[in-house]
Design a protein around this ligand. Structure first.
Ligand code: SAM
Length: 241
């Protein structure tokens, strides 16, 4: 897996789950897992992964990717959504539940988070990755679109006006943590992903090597206020039972 702050936290989670399970494969439930951006690396790391996603196209791509990576036998792809998650995922059946790039699209954030929490085993965790509204403000302003930046800043859901915006909502870190607590999760951490990488053109970074930037990203990910302008916000929570 990659070396950013989110991957590092999830690697630790997987290692702890493996230890709790006496070396048996950790069980990962990837809700809205789409084409397997997270599921395939998790399976390659030795996890048994169930992906639940409503998009048949995304699931077909997932299965191709899984086959190419030689991990098809570790991935179960199910067509469904968070609203019916109980039909696909037994209560308490997953050591790690991913909701990455999911909460921006679901009809109801509260019900979705409750479903993710219910699917999590004792000792396990829910990992949520969402679009950061302040990153969208910053990106619009830096792209010379101040009116768009102002709309995202003022809109309660952090959206641009009109049909151009494909997400239903964006979050800030405090709101994300509050929503998780309301769903019965204790929040271990909120960190950023992509503080500088999405702001600095690749051409500027070329020639400096990948590691200095990666190290800077890891430090910024957990350092407010830099964390608070990251493209995505990552939170890890545990069901309170
Ligand atoms: C932005 S993609 C994220 C894919 C992947 N999790 C990632 O991080 O790269 C959003 C995914 O959520 C799925 N999705 C949308 N609404 C959903 C719902 N109600 N329940 C589960 N998945 C949903 C979409 O089909 C899509 O594959």
């Amino acid at each position: 897996m990659r070396s950013d702050a989110v991957h590092r936290v999830l690697e630790e989670e997987i290692a702890e789950a493996r230890a709790r399970r006496d070396g048996r494969p950790p069980r990962v439930l990837d809700v809205g897992g789409g084409s397997g951006v997270w599921a395939v690396p998790m399976a390659s790391a030795g996890c048994e992964v169930t992906v639940v996603d409503p998009s048949p196209n995304a699931l077909a791509t997932l299965q191709r990717r899984a086959a190419d990576a030689g991990v098809a036998q570790l991935i179960t792809a199910l067509q469904g959504d968070t609203e019916a998650l109980h039909a696909f995922a037994p209560p308490g059946g997953a050591d790690l539940v991913l909701g990455h790039g999911l909460l921006e699209y679901v009809d109801d954030v509260a019900t979705s988070l409750v479903s993710l929490a219910a699917a999590t085993a004792d000792g396990g965790a829910v990992s949520v990755l969402v679009s950061n509204r302040y990153a969208a403000v910053l990106a619009s302003a830096l792209a010379g679109r101040p009116a768009d930046a102002l709309r995202v800043l003022r809109d309660p859901a952090g959206r641009y006006d009109g049909a151009g915006d494909t997400v239903l909502r964006r979050f800030d870190g405090a709101e994300l943590a509050d929503r998780m607590r309301e769903a019965g999760l204790s929040v271990d951490l909120v960190q950023g992903q992509g503080v500088f990488t999405d702001l600095v053109p690749g051409s500027v970074l070329e020639g400096h090597g990948a590691e200095p930037l990666a190290e800077l990203e890891r430090a910024a990910a957990v350092t407010p206020p830099l964390r608070d302008i990251a493209s995505r916000l990552h939170a890890l929570g545990r069901p309170v039972r």
